[in-house]
Design a protein around this ligand. Structure first.
Ligand code: ZN
Length: 206
């Protein structure tokens, strides 16, 4: 069962550029309530309307298989992974940023963390050789590889553990590559790990 949902922002250079953000010298961390979770198991998922654009951010999600201990490596700590969407009310987030307010209103709404089934984590080395991607109505709109991360999985885990604690069942959305964009009512989403479909859903936005 998922305990805490941590998310890393601004972790891929090209995504930072597309949103005209600044690169940070430390991981940018935020979290979502557990009510944000929604399974990409083929179901229709309702999202907020009337608050501006809802953007998809496709991310590799890791799950802690055991409580953090400093001497352990990523491959010892992480037991499963998934592909997920860190959904973002982009217009709301822009206003929050301008006012220096936390992002929770833009990032923490119900069903804002859509996630495929978890599957066995193959290890960092193998993840470095594979891609994760999102098909939007059959067209690949995002493709990423964790090799391109600014802060790698080990740095993320250590940073989160030192500031917030990190235990078995906690999950981390590890940041989105470039290509984020708005969702529309009826959009069909398919999550791919390499070329294998690992989840899907249909967006309801009215
Ligand atoms: Zn994100």
């Amino acid at each position: 069962m998922t305990q805490n949902i941590f998310c890393i922002g601004r972790n891929y250079e090209k995504h930072i550029k597309e949103l005209h953000n600044q690169r940070s010298d430390k991981p940018v961390v935020f979290s979502k309530p557990t009510h944000a979770l929604a399974a990409a198991d083929g179901q229709s998922i309702a999202l907020p309307s009337g608050q501006g654009a809802v953007h998809y951010e496709t991310e590799l999600v890791i799950k802690m298989g055991r409580d953090f201990e400093p001497e352990m490596q990523v491959d010892d700590l992480v037991d499963e992974m998934a592909i997920g969407l860190d959904l973002t009310l982009r217009d709301v987030q822009q206003k929050l940023k301008e006012n220096g307010h936390p992002w929770l209103l833009a990032k923490g709404f119900p069903q804002s963390a859509i996630i495929s089934d978890f599957f066995s984590f193959p290890g960092v080395e193998q993840c470095n050789e594979k891609t994760f991607s999102l098909l939007l109505n059959g067209i690949k709109v995002q493709e990423g590889c964790i090799r391109d991360m600014i802060f790698d999985l080990d740095e993320q885990i250590r940073y989160i553990a030192s500031h917030f604690g990190l235990k078995a069942g906690d999950i981390i959305f590890t940041g989105t590559p470039a290509g984020v964009g708005p969702l529309s009512d009826g959009d069909q989403l398919v999550f791919l790990w390499d070329d294998t479909e690992v989840g899907s859903c249909i967006i309801v936005l009215r």
